[in-house]
Design a protein around this ligand. Structure first.
Ligand code: GLN
Length: 300
């Protein structure tokens, strides 16, 4: 794959950023430059092909949910995790509460919405929430092959100070028995995980692990399950459209990142902080659609 090809994809998609807006419900995310756009593709031998603002650092946000889900399966096993969370799509936003009361016997519908990720986080090994957070950080560094990934303290504090919705849904889950323990400690770990700073290269390398069936880091069965979940619900209430238009397991984050897996082929990391109303990168999705089309990557 040529860098020129990626440069052209970015140049064509960059103008679309005006259609979106940077997230500002977490105040510090509102400072991002909406015009930024970067792309990194990790090839099977680990070589990276990069373009645009691929070296820009941004918070991983909900892309971390695939890592949390993976670790919960590794540490607690399928039966225990799937007893607490199912893998069904929702037609609601990532931070919706309504289904916790009305559907699925109080179990979050899937591990890639906030409620489901918070449940999975409690199922990761660790004597306390700080140890569980550290396990996620170390796992992220391992898969990204980047030991310098750190939490941005300011973004973490910015989310912590404004997280009424996440507090509401987590306390709600405590009341129904969906989770146990100290809600503030659980949320603290969740906010720290969402504030891990990554680049497109980190996301591409993590995606390559899933593209290669776990690449020896975890069993193929877990990689397959996480990819299936990404197809069904990785893009929340636009997962269906992304399945049709991109056709790859993909996860978005409100920091502007997109992680996409081309099984047995590539790991893809994209950054573009202007978001659709569903919370995913507008220009980034355009890049992904074109990349998938040009290289015939759709798994369907
Ligand atoms: N930290 C964000 C939140 O909980 C993550 C949301 C996202 O990236 N979709 O609201």
């Amino acid at each position: 794959m040529e860098t020129n090809f990626l440069d052209k994809l970015l140049a064509d998609a960059r103008p679309l950023a005006f259609k979106g807006q940077v997230a500002n419900y977490i105040p510090l995310l509102g400072l991002a430059d909406p015009q930024k756009l970067g792309l990194c593709v990790a090839e099977p031998d680990g070589a990276l092909i990069s373009s645009g603002d691929w070296q820009e650092r941004f918070s991983i946000q909900s892309i971390s949910k695939i890592l949390v889900f993976t670790l919960s399966l590794i540490d607690s096993g399928f039966d225990k995790v799937l007893e607490k969370v199912s893998i069904e799509s929702t037609d609601d936003a990532f931070n919706s509460i309504v289904n916790l009361e009305t559907k699925n016997n109080h179990r979050p519908l899937n591990p890639l919405i906030n409620a489901g990720a918070i449940v999975c986080l409690t199922l990761i090994d660790g004597k306390n929430m700080h140890e569980k957070f550290t396990r996620v950080l170390e796992f992220t560094r391992l898969l990204a092959r980047n030991s310098s990934i750190e939490v941005d303290e300011d973004i973490y504090l910015s989310e912590k100070a404004t997280a009424a919705r996440n507090r509401a849904l987590t306390y709600y889950m405590l009341s129904t028995g969906a989770i146990e323990g100290d809600v503030e400690a659980i949320l603290d770990a969740y906010f720290r995980i969402c504030s891990m700073m990554v680049t497109c290269a980190d996301l591409a390398r993590i995606a390559l692990v899933y593209a290669q069936g776990g690449a020896g880091f975890f069993p193929k069965e877990i990689a397959r399950t996480v990819k299936a979940a990404m197809c069904v619900c990785g893009m929340y209430d636009e997962s269906g459209q992304v399945a049709v238009e991109v056709g790859l397991p993909t996860k978005s984050g409100v920091g502007g990142g997109l992680l996409s897996v081309a099984p047995n082929r590539f790991g893809i990391g994209i950054y573009g902080p202007a978001l659709t109303d569903k919370g995913s990168s507008v220009a980034g999705l355009e890049v992904l659609k074109k990349l998938s089309k040009e290289l015939d990557l759709s798994i369907f």
